[in-house]
Every structure is written in structure tokens, then in C-alpha cells.
Design a protein around this ligand. Structure first.
Ligand SMILES: NC(=O)c1ccc[n+]([C@@H]2O[C@H](COP(=O)([O-])OP(=O)(O)OC[C@H]3O[C@@H](n4cnc5c(N)ncnc54)[C@H](OP(=O)(O)O)[C@@H]3O)[C@@H](O)[C@H]2O)c1
Length: 316
């Protein structure tokens, strides 16, 4: 009764550290809910973040091993610590779990009640689990940090990936003109998401394909990010999500450089839910694996081409 199945790592490292095993079932603390997880999603790079292993973002905090990964989920409220928690047992919810606590690759997870939103009724749990972390990253990049306005021009690097597929759709829904760099097999796919211009990053130079843009959302980093200053209009903004952009380059191009880590945000998640219910935003699920295959899911993030998110299916 007090145990659950989970994916855990007892030592810091990559997918090779992940095992499917029994773990203690968590208890909700004050203001928290216990959620019976129906589906969780895995994110590229997650096992390299300090917050996945410690209780701080810079690695200086307390070691949290054994840890449970996967910080976005969809599920059903199983218990609440107090009446103030707002939700009732049986409510279907989805959300982003703070990175400095255990994730949702498990049958149960606890988190603050005010960090979840009602699951979109039009989505299955497997589809809904693809949304909170990835779509909130896209939303916070475009709305909170870039302060995107209708009619502006946006370039998204990595537009077919887990986060990028949401950036393209949300930017289009907000009235932007959207260009996206993707691999050669994803050109039609990213157009179907709403990109006005699709650029093959293997065979084309994005600098040769577009006029200057107001916003770059970069999910790739490295040389792709460094080259992006040349396509940014004066007064524009480069939002780096995989890596922080160079602030000196920003200054010399009369532009803004932003790096941020996505945060739980119920109001943002409710705006995203509305876009989904209006038929303007659709999560892209690359594949669904059983919880026991959690290690394989993280291995696929490192080795395999994907469109959208990989989901761990946990229960019905
Ligand atoms: N700061 C935050 O809060 C935050 C939140 C979420 C994610 N992240 C980070 O953001 C990054 C993206 O996450 P994700 O989940 O979207 O990853 P993902 O699903 O792996 O997507 C990355 C995409 O980038 C494409 N790509 C690779 N090289 C490229 C290039 N040179 N030009 C254009 N596209 C290229 C890949 O296409 P191919 O498969 O064809 O190579 C893939 O579709 C990761 O580093 C992740 O850790 C940060």
C-alpha cells in the first residue's frame, strides 16, 4: 500500500542509472495534492540539470538521490493534505513539477495544489502529459520574455522538437509570422503546425532564407545561436532555451538576450488549455512507452530522431 512502481536513479549520470523498481509512495504536505499519474513525459537534457539531482539549480544544494525524473504529467487527484488544496479526489489535472523535487515517472507524485490546472477535456492523459513543461516553456519564451506582438516575425530553431513544436503553434496562434529551422524530413510537418517558412538546417543556411526577425527562440545553442544575431532586427530579442545567449553580442546588435528556466505557472497553463480547447494548439506525441521502459525513453532522447514528445504511459 505504501509502495509504488517508479523509475529511479540512485547515482548521478545518464539513462544507464535509471531502474524500474519499488519506491515509497509520497505523502502530500500542507497545500499539496497526491496525484495518481496516468502519463508523464521525458525531456531532452533533463538528466544533465543540477536541479534533477539536488535541491538547487546550480548544484550547490543537497543531494536528492535516489531521484525520480520526468517533470510533466497528467493524472487524477488521489488525495489532498488539507481542504484548502482546492481540488477534489478524482479531478483530472495536469502540470509541471518543480525541478528540485521528484518527478512523475512513477505511479504517484505530490506537488503544490496551485501548480496544476484542469486537464484539457479534449485530450487523453497520454496527450496531455506532452503539454505542461514543453508548452509552458514556449509560452513563457514568447509571451513573458519576448513580449511577442501580432505581426512580428519569429524564427524558431528546432521547430519540430518537444518544445519547438509548441513555439511554432503558439507564435502562429498569437499572430506572428513564423519561420522554423528543422531537419530535412520535418519541413512539411512544421508547416502543418503553422510555420510560414520552413528551413532545412542540414542543407540550407537560415541567414540566406529570411528577412530580419523580431524574435529568435533558440532550442539548439552553439553555432546556431551565435549565427542568429545576424538575422535579428535592431531592438529584437534572442531567447535562448538550451543555452544562455551572449549579452555582449546582444548589446552590439542593439538587441536583448534572455535565458530562463521554465517555471510552474497555473495562469499560463490555463491560457494554454484554452488554446487546446479552441483547437489552436495540438500536442505532438512521438511515441508512448510503458513506465517500465523509462530508461529506453531517455536513451531515445539521446540517440533517435523524434517529432514532439515521448510519453510514459503509467495507468488507466
Ligand atoms: N530552459 C528551460 O527551461 C528548458 C525547458 C525545456 C527544454 N530545455 C532545453 O531545450 C532544448 C530543446 O528541448 P526539446 O525538448 O525541444 O528537445 P528535442 O525534442 O530534442 O528537440 C530539439 C530539436 O532540435 C533539432 N535540431 C538539432 N540540431 C539543430 C540545428 N542545428 N538547427 C535546427 N534544429 C536542430 C532537432 O532535430 P533533429 O532531430 O532533426 O536533429 C530536434 O527536433 C534542450 O536542450 C532542453 O534541455 C530548456
Amino acid at each position: 500500500m505504501n509502495e509504488m512502481n517508479a523509475i529511479r536513479a540512485h547515482r548521478r549520470g545518464g539513462p544507464e542509472q535509471l531502474t524500474y523498481e519499488k519506491a515509497p509512495r509520497p505523502q502530500p504536505g500542507r497545500g499539496e495534492i497526491l496525484v495518481a499519474v496516468r502519463a508523464a513525459s521525458v525531456t531532452a537534457g533533463e538528466l544533465g540539470w543540477d536541479a534533477t539531482w539536488t535541491d538547487s539549480f546550480d548544484g550547490s544544494g543537497r543531494d536528492r538521490t535516489p531521484i525520480i525524473p520526468s517533470h510533466e504529467f497528467s493524472g487524477v487527484v488521489a488525495a489532498r493534505a488539507d481542504a484548502d488544496a482546492g481540488w477534489q479526489e478524482g479531478d483530472e489535472v495536469y502540470g509541471l513539477i518543480p525541478f528540485t523535487r521528484n518527478g512523475a515517472a512513477a505511479e504517484y507524485v505530490t506537488l503544490p495544489a496551485d501548480m496544476v490546472a484542469a486537464k484539457p477535456a479534449s485530450l487523453t492523459h497520454d496527450q496531455a502529459a506532452a503539454v505542461p513543461l514543453a508548452a509552458l516553456t514556449a509560452w513563457q519564451a514568447l509571451v513573458d520574455h519576448a513580449r511577442l506582438r501580432p505581426g512580428q516575425r519569429v524564427l524558431v530553431h528546432g521547430g519540430a522538437g518537444g518544445v519547438g513544436s509548441f513555439v511554432v503553434q503558439i507564435a502562429a496562434a498569437l499572430g506572428a509570422d513564423v519561420a522554423a529551422t528543422v531537419g530535412p524530413d520535418d519541413l512539411d510537418f512544421v508547416r502543418s503546425l503553422g510555420a510560414d517558412t520552413a528551413i532545412d538546417y542540414v542543407h540550407q543556411r537560415f541567414e540566406d532564407q529570411i528577412d530580419p526577425v523580431d524574435v529568435v527562440v533558440d532550442l539548439v545553442g552553439g553555432p546556431t545561436q551565435a549565427r542568429s544575431w545576424d538575422v535579428l532586427a535592431p531592438g529584437g530579442v534572442l531567447v535562448g532555451i538550451a543555452a544562455p545567449p551572449d549579452t555582449q553580442e546582444a548589446e552590439s546588435h542593439n538587441a536583448r538576450a534572455v535565458f530562463f528556466v521554465v517555471e510552474p505557472d497555473r495562469a499560463g497553463l490555463e491560457s494554454i488549455t484554452q488554446l487546446i480547447e479552441d483547437g489552436r494548439l495540438t500536442p505532438t506525441v512521438d511515441r508512448v512507452l510503458p513506465l517500465a521502459d523509462g530508461r529506453a525513453a531517455y536513451e531515445a532522447l539521446e540517440r533517435e530522431h523524434r517529432r514532439g514528445k515521448i510519453i510514459l504511459h503509467i495507468g488507466d
